[in-house]
Design a protein around this ligand. Sequence first.
Ligand code: UCC
Ligand code: FAD
Length: 564
Amino acid sequence: RGALEQPVFSSSSIGTFYQDRPLLKNAFFEDPLLQKYLSRNLPSQVLGPVGADLAQFGQRIVEELDVLGQQCENSPPRLQHYDAWGCRVDRILTCSAWDRMKEISAEEGLIAAGYERTYGEWSRVYQMSKIYLYSPSAGLYTCPLAMTDGAAKVIEKFWTSGQWMTERKGGSDVANGTETVAQPQADGTYKLYGFKWFTSATDADMTLTLGRVADANGCTTQGSKGLSLFYAEVRDNQGNLNGIEIQRLKDKLGTRQVPTAELLLDGLSAQLISEEGRGVASIANMLTITRIHNTVSAVAAMRRIIQMGREYATKRIVFGKFLNGHPLHVQTMARMEVETRGAFLLLMEVCRLLGREESRLASELDLHLLRLLTPVAKLYTGKQAVAVVSEGLECFGGQGYMEDTGLPRLLRDAQVLSIWEGTTNILSLDVLRCLVKTRGQALEAFFTEVKAKLEAACGNQDLAPSVMAVDHALYKLGKFASAAARKAPSYLELAARDFSYSLANIYIGALLIDHAAWEGASHSDIYATLRWCERDLCTVASKEGSGCYNPEAPNKDAMLVYEV
Ligand code: UCC
Ligand code: FAD
């Protein structure tokens, strides 16, 4: 360097290299699997308008919504307890971007699409595809949307809704954890008294909540049989809270964009909307919808991190070449891609079944599958999202850990997906509940459907190893299930999580095969299927050999956990 040149690094200069940033592109065009899924399944008169709408929405996300989502993250809600004159007001102050998200959600018909049913049985696939594109840029506005959708399913009324189930003693064990008492009023309504420990989207117009109706002596029935479902409006016509005090906003790892509050119900006026004592069964419809939304968010987060990661890999040079020229890096992304494809097809399957149910086209088999696969999809993708998004952050090296890239938020927000709307264990137990309640018919439906998909693909040589692997796993699952049915219930309880994972692995294997056997499928569709089916698809059968579900296992586990 000549003596007169400016030094590259000095107090006035920090060097000349600036890494090109990964660009957010139209998520619809960036997602060949979504496009192919729609082409394969939607009738042509539906595919045209749906494809056009998703393409325009994908562009709107890039140009308008992503920045609003980031603003929601940067300007979390605040709670104003008192006004300037000392009056208790308990106002939740949300940012303008959050309010704008509400308007845009209505403009785009994000919930209406599920109820107007313009596309008949495909309306849910359309709606959830749209929310899937939106979710990673939504600033978590998808959370109130999910609860609104769930409430609309229960009461067919169209306001943003809360879902207040969790109290201090129990969010999983709602039956024993609910202390809220409902006092009957002369006009047939109720006043609710209790404390709701987690309430998201507390800025909603209305809520569904659980309470115990008090009899003339003020006594209530304990357990699940004492719980009833109530509808309540959060504020009155003047905007004052309806017998509610907002104690505080939660200080959370993620989902910071969403106001999640602790609420004292101090005479909340409410209407009973279920039969007395049928509260849990009545809110189950809402849980189905919100758990499907949870699955949408999980798969969408995986898809987003992959889209950003593969973009970055075309821009970042290390050891003399772009990241996407390093086979080990691409292998890492390919593994994430396989996970995401599997999760996506499971999500779409549940949406397809929901659409059929709501259009009254569902067979008995469809209904059993919908009931069984909803908790399976939620529990499986909730966990997968954390693993894939975490791996995805690493794809950016240190930049993946930097707040102002907007990437760490994806991991924080993914972590909640396995906790709320029922934890992994609780949903695994729900899978067992479903099997018991249907006297095994849901499991039979599972076997029938997987076998049908395998049979349809059995002439395809490329897929033969995958078909064999899924078939073998199904055989092992059947053997396990018949043996477990003869054992004490505690055996299946301990196996519940592994059993549910096996259901997910096997069903996803069958869906990937089904998709790859389609005439429009690509080599990558076949390759993804082969890769998925290499894994141990029936973990519950593999693990049982160690005795980990046997009667002595809980003691051994406890000794292991608490060993001093
Ligand atoms: O976390 C929450 C909101 C977060 C924000 C929203 C995000 C949405 C996604 C957005 C993405 C951005 S709200 C709180 C969610 N809470 C839960 O999910 C509760 C978790 N706990 C459970 O799921 C438990 O398994 C309980 C509460 C359902 C267990 O209650 P019980 O009363 O002990 O259970 P029982 O006695 O077995 O069931 C009572 C009745 C039975 O009906 P009958 O009497 O006809 O036999 C069950 O079959 O309820 C029925 N039932 C169901 N039916 C129970 N679960 C279901 C189900 N999943 N589907 C159909
Ligand atoms: P617990 O039930 O105490 O569970 C603790 C652990 O024990 C978990 O790992 C669980 O899997 C395990 N466990 C529990 N029972 C069993 C069992 N029988 N067998 C094996 N393992 C078991 N709730 C609402 O009602 N409305 C909301 O709007 C809402 N928003 C939320 C927002 C956020 C950000 C979060 C984090 C939570 C929210 N929740 C909401 C609460 C949420 O639904 C509960 O936290 C969740 O259902 C778990 O309940 P819990 O916290 O009481 O945990």
